[in-house]
Write a protein that binds this ligand. Structure first.
Ligand code: CMC
Length: 437
């Protein structure tokens, strides 16, 4: 990656009569960035930024979020335009390569992905080692991490060709691995991929076909899932993407890095929120119970939070949530589900929260996960598969970000520092001299 960091001005810091200048970079979009790489050398001090709320960890040309305006761009294109006009394969190409493909490039990419959809026969044995009731995310972490044991020929990160093969392998195999996790959990035989189908229809078929019957995916449902995948593909330096970059910064192979990303995504504050949001809507159950849950969310002494609400970056309506809400209605209409009680609860909860002083003051809006659970359940997926679907789509973003990092001239092993507030240095004490309780 060519670095486009250009100093637009400098900012100075004065302490103990000593002034240090730092370069300031102008972003294509978004806030200026102070380059403090020389801070420790020049001043002997660190910065303190738990959760990295004010820290740009890297230069990137992939995704941009304007949290105040509710804007999300992939390579400059607004997410709603991509969800409306593009599909999984084309958007994946865009994220990985920076430009929309022409027909030849799209065909090359699609062929390369479909060539890698099968998994090694031995990989199947991994599934048999898991309990049938294992969470499919636990299976994903294990099986994806194990891929590096199967594809040695694409683990040399210094070879661009091997990096490309590893990238395409992961994007291609993720639906197969995810569908196998689902089939295993319900005790059905695995369904092989079909390369004449598009990416998402093939995934739906691997999940819902059974060997005794023909399966045809309802195009409205396949389109909706394809859109959901596009919405989830990338989201700049979120927790799981930063995990992938951090793991990759040590030179770990890409399969291991993506497995680390899956582990990070699993948490309820991140990818696990779609599962948690649906569970919450079910717990609320009926519209008349909403005020009780709103009160709990506002109560400082109650750890309960409205799942699917709030975001570290969006202080406006999450643009993905808007597309998701429409997709939710399309899916329920296509399935003839007119009075889904959870949708009634969700819409009323959203209406009340958006008018409530607490949520307004803290700029807490619905995020992508608020409507995704209802939609995914209507598509036929059990709750514990929701985060797996997120991981499947986000694999594209993780790979795009990992690939960008590998060729970044400023890339270094990620190694944050700390402010130590523990015991000062002291001498070891013998057991008999230690105080009793
Ligand atoms: N319900 C009630 N209060 C909330 C919520 C919520 N969902 N989210 C934030 N707050 C309050 C929070 O208590 C805090 O109040 P105070 O300033 O009085 O202490 C204030 O808003 C700021 O919250 P924060 O935790 O400091 O903000 P954050 O940026 O660290 O957290 C978040 C962002 C997404 C983790 C948080 O909003 C949350 O826990 N939301 C629910 C989980 C969720 O829906 N996660 C999915 C995120 S979107 C998918 C993805 O990209 O992974």
């Amino acid at each position: 990656m060519k670095s486009d960091l250009k100093t637009s001005r400098t900012v100075s810091l004065t302490q103990n009569n000593q002034t240090v200048e730092f370069p300031v970079y102008k972003a294509a979009h978004g806030p200026d960035v102070f380059d403090i790489r020389s801070l420790y050398k020049e001043t002997g001090a660190f910065t303190f930024d738990p959760g990295f709320t004010s820290t740009a960890s890297c230069e990137s040309k992939i995704t941009f979020i304007d949290g105040d305006e509710g804007v999300l761009l992939y390579r400059g294109y607004p997410i709603d335009q991509l969800a409306e006009n593009s599909d999984f394969i084309e958007t994946a190409y865009l994220l990985l390569n920076g430009e929309l493909p022409n027909p030849e490039k799209l065909k090359w990419f699609e062929n390369s992905i479909t060539m890698h959809t099968m998994v090694h026969e031995q990989l199947k044995n991994f599934y048999n080692g898991f309990r049938r009731d294992a969470h499919p995310m636990a299976i994903m972490v294990g099986v994806v991490g194990a891929l590096s044991a199967f594809y040695h020929d694409s683990t040399d990160i210094t070879d661009p060709k091997q990096r490309l093969v590893a990238s395409h392998r992961m994007i291609a195999k993720m639906p197969t691995i995810a569908a196998m996790a689902y089939k295993y959990s319900i005790g059905q035989t695995f369904v092989f991929p079909r390369n004449d189908l598009d990416y998402t229809s093939n995934f739906m078929r691997m999940c819902f076909a059974v060997s005794s019957e023909e399966y045809e995916c309802n195009p409205v449902l396949c389109d909706a899932l394809d859109k959901i995948f596009i919405l989830h593909m990338d989201h700049e330096q979120n927790a799981s993407t930063s995990t992938v970059r951090l793991a990759g910064s040590s030179g770990a192979n890409p399969f291991a890095c993506i497995a680390a990303g899956i582990a990070s995504l699993w948490g309820p504050a991140h990818g696990g929120a779609n599962e948690a949001a649906l569970n919450m809507l079910e717990e609320i159950g009926t519209v008349d119970r909403i005020p009780e849950f709103i009160a709990r969310a506002k109560d400082k002494d109650d750890p309960f939070r409205l799942m699917g609400f709030g975001h570290r970056v969006y202080k406006n309506y999450d643009p993905r949530a808007k597309v998701m809400r429409t997709a939710c209605h399309e899916v329920l209409d296509a399935l003839g589900i007119r009075d889904e009680p959870l949708l009634q609860v969700a819409m009323e909860l959203e209406r009340i929260a958006l008018e409530d002083e607490y949520f307004v003051a803290k700029k807490l809006y619905p995020n992508i996960d608020f409507y995704s659970g209802i939609t995914l359940r209507a598509l036929g997926f059990p709750t514990d598969m929701f985060t797996v679907l997120f991981a499947l789509a986000r694999t594209v973003g993780w790979i795009a970000q990992w690939s960008e990092m590998i060729v970044d001239p400023n890339q270094k092993i990620g190694r944050p520092r700390q402010i130590y507030t523990g015991a000062p240095q002291r001498d070891y004490t013998q057991m008999e001299t230690r105080p009793s309780e």
